[in-house]
Every structure is written in C-alpha cells, then in structure tokens.
Design a protein. Structure first.
Length: 100
C-alpha cells in the first residue's frame, strides 16, 4: 500500500501532472506560443524550433497526455491548440498552490 494514499488530494495529483508536463523548456515555449494564438500546425512548430521533428513530437505527446493541448488531424498535418478547460484548471491549481 502506498503511504501517500489518502493524503494526496486529487487537486495535488492534477497539479503535479501539469507541472511534470511543463517541466521542460521546449514544452514551456510551445505552451507560450500556443497560448498567444488560436492554433498551430506541427510543421510550423518544427520550423520555429531547431529540434528534431521526433523530439518535438515527444514533447507534444507529453503536453497532450497531460491535457494541456489538443491535436486535430488535418491530413497530412496535425493542428495543435491549447485545451482551454485544462489550461484554466492548471492556472487555478497553481494559483491556489502559490497562495499557501
């Protein structure tokens, strides 16, 4: 049995998942870029960032798994946008945390 069971709240788990996804400078850059515009295609992101497409893909996968972004396939490209519901939730969770 995990000793943290019953101690860690659902809010703390969610905040930790968002924080983990945000825990790399490239991901922070992608989030910043997407937060300033409606959406962006993965090809545009790979032109903006000087990293391998496979590396960018892994960063996007992590952000998507955490629910901070969402992707829509528009063959042959993928359009990424901020997931505003989770983005707002993350903002509130971190705000609450830092107000302790």
């Amino acid at each position: 049995m995990d000793k943290t069971e019953g101690i860690i709240s659902e809010k703390q788990n969610k905040a930790a998942r968002y924080a983990k996804a945000m825990g790399h400078p490239v991901r922070m850059y992608v989030l910043h870029l997407l937060s300033k515009q409606a959406c962006c295609y993965s090809g545009d992101l790979s032109e903006e960032l000087t990293i391998a497409k496979s590396t960018l893909s892994q960063h996007l996968k992590e952000l998507k798994a955490a629910g901070l972004i969402q992707g829509t396939i528009e063959a042959p490209r993928i359009k990424y946008c901020i997931n505003h519901k989770n983005w707002d939730e993350a903002r509130e969770l971190f705000k609450d945390f830092f107000e302790y």
